[in-house]
Design a protein around this ligand. Structure first.
Ligand code: FES
Length: 126
């Protein structure tokens, strides 16, 4: 039912953990199931240098989190902002239809992390 990419990212998730010195943090909950994702980004010269996540959720949500943190590293904030949940799902070789809602968490948490970074910049706290 799951692609081998999903199984791989679920069994060996990349970039798991907290980032105490993150430049931006985004937390998103999935209204469908109550699962949660927290995404941390480190930004340098408008580019995402590093990303980490903590996800309390199903296997698909963990695979989505792992994949999106890999996809955004090295991207500009604008490029990262443009990543859709469909792109993440397709990078994972697709998700079963009843698990597509699990891909919402990644893209939404990422947007919140970028917004958080921009707000910090605008308020001069970074
Ligand atoms: Fe909650 Fe997948 S069942 S994110």
């Amino acid at each position: 039912m799951y692609s081998k990419e999903v199984m791989d990212h679920f069994m060996n998730p990349r970039n798991v953990g907290e980032m105490p010195d993150a430049d931006g943090v985004g937390t998103e909950g999935n209204p469908v199931c109550g699962d949660m994702m927290k995404l941390f980004i480190k930004v340098k010269d408008n580019r995402i240098e590093d990303a980490k996540f903590q996800t309390f959720g199903c296997g698909a949500a963990i695979a989505v989190s792992s994949m999106i943190t890999e996809m955004i590293k090295g991207k500009t904030l604008e490029e990262a902002m443009a990543i859709s949940k469909e792109q993440v799902a397709s990078a994972l070789g697709g998700l079963p239809p009843q698990k597509m809602h699990c891909s919402n968490l990644g893209a939404d948490a990422l947007r919140k992390a970028i917004d958080n970074y921009r707000q910090k910049q605008a308020s001069g706290t970074e």
